[in-house]
Design a protein around this ligand. Structure first.
Ligand code: ADP
Ligand code: MG
Ligand code: MG
Length: 210
């Protein structure tokens, strides 16, 4: 089944629930290697998204994604606001004016999102950032889409790869963001932004369901 504005809205709402549910966990992760605000940042950002969704009923998937981007950018300080904001803004551009996304256009939007985060944050793989969850996710999404998968299957593959990718950040030494100030002491901890990226993709996949 293709993915409509209504589906994307439902997915975003589920993502907001996930950020609220995991707020304390994300705070704890960021307390270990950052300044302890990642859970607050993501929860505040997605509460702003929900408030905007209550006021507007964006007509296309791209318009929903753009609303998410502008809400996150205007409500979240810190590294993650502009980075996730860029991700959703690029995904919105990727989706364009289309009424529906199929597996291929969804994977292309995800690719645009991740390339946007990489361009903005300049993180390389294994720098212990959200890129370590997002890059495997987009690769898995592209692979599934290439074999004709629908959006639900594409998102399920992306979510699974993101979870594994996030877990892979544990032994890494951070080379970007606040965690990099810790040097070697950043090893042994899950990166909070990689965790929230994986949680968001899992929530999106959960709604579209396979
Ligand atoms: P801040 O570090 O400003 O307090 P957050 O705590 O909300 O912001 O977000 C921290 C997360 O942002 C990190 O766990 C990491 O995943 C991500 N991050 C930080 N810098 C970068 C970067 N340059 N590129 C990609 N992701 C980054
Ligand atoms: Mg922080
Ligand atoms: Mg901060």
């Amino acid at each position: 089944m293709p993915c409509t504005a209504r589906d994307v809205t439902a997915a975003v709402r589920r993502g907001a629930d996930a950020m609220a549910e995991h707020r304390d966990e994300l705070v704890e992760l960021d307390r270990a290697i950052g300044d302890g605000d990642h859970g607050e940042n993501m929860d505040r950002g997605f509460r702003a998204v929900l408030a905007q969704l209550d006021l507007a009923d964006p007509p296309t998937p791209g318009a929903v994604l753009k609303l998410v981007a502008t809400s996150l950018i205007s409500s979240v300080g810190g590294a993650s606001g502009p980075l996730f904001g860029t991700a959703f803004l690029r995904a919105a551009s990727g989706a364009g004016e289309a009424e529906e996304l199929d597996g291929a256009t969804l994977a292309a939007s995800l690719r645009a999102a991740v390339d946007g985060v990489a361009a903005r944050g300049k993180a390389e793989p294994e720098d212990k950032t959200m890129i370590d969850a997002l890059l495997p996710a987009v690769r898995a999404a592209e692979e599934r889409a290439a074999s004709g998968a629908d959006p639900a299957e594409v998102l399920a593959a992306a979510a699974e790869a993101a979870t594994t990718g996030a877990r892979s950040t544990v032994p890494l030494i951070a080379r970007k963001g606040r965690a990099s100030y810790l040097g070697d002491r950043s090893a042994g901890h899950l990166d909070p932004g990689a965790r929230s990226a994986a949680l968001l993709l899992a929530a999106f996949a959960d709604v579209t369901g396979v």
